[in-house]
Design a binder for this molecule. Structure first.
Ligand code: MG
Length: 302
């Protein structure tokens, strides 16, 4: 093609484009995103709530428009009647997930510790089901818990078998167990959301789920990819904290950006809870409501 032909065909192309604006408009990305069914449900761990009694703490949640309350497993079992009575009749507040609270651990090599785990975890799972919780959060083994089974293939297979049984028990009780990956200092065994999701798949039980915790997700290379790797099929809960000091979202300023993770949650149609698990830098009376507002703003922006 010589120079003259090049200009002629280029001009023809430009004319064709100019003549078809409606075609271009129909191909352009629209700002309105499809409704995937994703819903923002903010939850507070009990320790984030103002008030002494469960009723006061739940009133506090409702005053902020928070829809989930996350108690610890020990509290749930030992103060079940108080918690049940306090949550009863609240239309816009439910028990979200239950945070651990069991004794022993599932990968204990000591039968006494394993038995303690099995017994206490099943009691929490029964209580969680009875109160309508989304699931009981657990870690396979914290770094430093001894004696622990070795991190090898046989242990992985054992973990999946044990979780299958526990997951089926949870299903019978109308709830789930939720694997939480932590950072390497706290749980070298399970650090990545994708690794937790793979265990869910291999445990072959609808009662085995996983979660992401934005604090521990410092281990991940991408919030978006990490949460997408679990997807709506396995992702059952989210913990959130500021990203430098594990305090209220917003207390670490610009670092507290959750947009990539929230975009994944919205695209997959996530409708479970995002629960504050964190300390305080400033006065929680101001910082907690501000954190809830920041989560709402970033959810809308994502
Ligand atoms: Mg957590």
């Amino acid at each position: 093609m010589n120079r003259k032909e090049f200009f002629r065909t280029s001009l023809l192309g430009a004319a064709a484009v100019a003549a078809a604006p409606s075609l271009l408009a129909s191909c352009a990305p629209t700002s309105k995103k499809a409704d995937t069914g994703a819903r923002l449900n903010v939850s507070l761990q009990r320790g984030k709530c103002q008030g002494e009694s469960y009723a006061e703490q739940m009133d506090y949640c409702e005053s902020l428009g928070v829809t989930g309350f996350e108690p610890g497993g020990w509290d749930l079992v030992h103060e079940f009647d108080q918690i049940s009575k306090a949550i009863e009749g609240r239309k816009n507040l439910k028990i979200s997930a239950i945070c651990a609270g069991f004794e022993g651990f599932i990968l204990a090599d000591d039968p006494v510790q394993k038995e303690a785990f099995d017994t206490s975890m099943r009691r929490i799972v029964e209580a969680a089901g009875a109160i309508g919780s989304t699931g009981v959060i657990m870690v396979p083994a914290f770094s430093g818990q001894e004696p622990c089974k070795p991190n090898d293939q046989a242990t992985y297979d054992y973990l999946c078998d044990q979780l299958h049984e526990l997951g089926e028990f949870a299903v019978k009780n109308g709830t789930t167990v939720i694997l939480e990956p932590l950072n390497r200092r706290e749980c070298f065994y399970l650090r990545l959301v994708s690794a937790a999701a793979a265990i869910c798949r291999d445990a072959k039980s609808d009662g085995v789920k996983c979660m992401g915790d934005f604090w521990h997700m410092q281990e991940e290379t991408s919030d978006y990819a990490a949460l997408m790797s679990a997807g709506a099929k396995y992702l059952q809960h989210i913990h959130i904290a500021s990203r430098l000091h594990r305090c209220n979202p917003g207390e670490d300023g610009e670092a507290d950006n959750y947009l990539d993770g929230f975009r994944a949650l919205k695209e997959m149609g996530y409708d479970k809870y995002i629960s504050l698990e964190c300390g305080n830098i400033g006065d929680p009376a101001q910082a907690v409501p501000a954190a809830v507002e920041l989560i709402r703003q970033q959810w809308d922006m994502a």
